[in-house]
Design a protein around this ligand. Structure first.
Ligand code: GLP
Length: 244
């Protein structure tokens, strides 16, 4: 695990966008695993800026998002389908047919999740997986548990995640209680992984991810075992970690 210090959110976002754009330049038909949440927004803005300057071309890029709330339609402004269009896809030359987000509108969880895994496999797996991290160490929507999850599956969100994510909804009651998420095994199969984190609220989770025991109680801790994982975090998120 390589840990890179960023000065602040803007620096973290630029460094992350650099790695993503390098991936696309080196392999134009890259399969990217993408994340939602507030953390990656700055990196997406930077990529849009570089696209407008003709420095990065998304025309052959294929994307698979990590997760989606169960029960939301693709046009629901709280859905991750909507988020990805608004924050990235609508602003670059990506072919929308090459973008994929788990189908939260499909009430048949087993079918929706199996179909998603089959699509990722058919694409040959993920070249670069972008991840944020939850305050409790979750990745995607893989919550602390007794065992690491495998493929895409339906999860019950923890109270802590519902509370953390309620800031983006009118009220905590509006936050869906379930989500479809790629499993930890799907994430670990990515050929490279980029984790980004900023702010003091993530400090404990970042410490546990990088220096704690590898345990399903902190799903992100398994990333210590990945052979090509880079963490980019700002000073606040790294405040509990040993200095370089
Ligand atoms: C959600 C997403 C995660 C994300 C996490 C942190 O739960 N499913 O993929 O990493 O939130 O979000 P934020 O970046 O807003 O702190």
């Amino acid at each position: 695990m390589k840990i890179r210090h960023a000065k602040d959110y803007a620096d973290m976002s630029r460094k992350a966008a650099n790695i993503i754009s390098a991936q696309i330049i080196l392999k134009p038909c890259s399969v990217l695993g993408l994340a939602t949440g507030t953390t990656p927004i700055g990196a997406y803005e930077q990529l849009i800026d570089w696209y407008r300057k003709d420095d990065v071309d998304f025309s052959e890029v294929i994307t698979y998002n990590l997760d989606e709330y169960r029960g939301l339609s693709h046009d629901d402004p709280q859905s991750y389908h909507y988020f990805m269009r608004e924050k990235l896809f609508d602003h670059v030359n990506i072919n929308m047919e090459n973008t994929h987000v788990p189908d939260g509108s499909n009430p048949d969880a087993d079918a929706a999740c199996a179909e998603y895994d089959a699509m990722v496999n058919a694409a040959g797996g993920i070249d670069l997986q972008l991840l944020g991290i939850g305050n409790n160490g979750h990745i995607g929507f893989n919550e602390p548990d007794d065992a690491f999850s495998k493929g895409t599956h339906c999860v019950d969100l923890t109270e802590s995640t519902i509370k953390a994510n309620s800031r983006l909804f009118d009220s905590p009651d509006d936050v869906p209680r379930q989500a479809y998420t790629m499993g930890v095994q799907n994430i670990m199969h990515a050929r490279s992984i980029l984790v980004i984190a900023n702010g003091e609220a993530k400090a404990q989770a970042v410490y546990d991810m990088c220096y704690g025991p590898v345990t399903p109680r902190v799903p992100a801790s398994i990333l210590q075992l990945h052979t090509n994982c880079t963490v980019i975090a700002d000073e606040a998120a790294l405040s509990l970690c040993p200095r370089r």
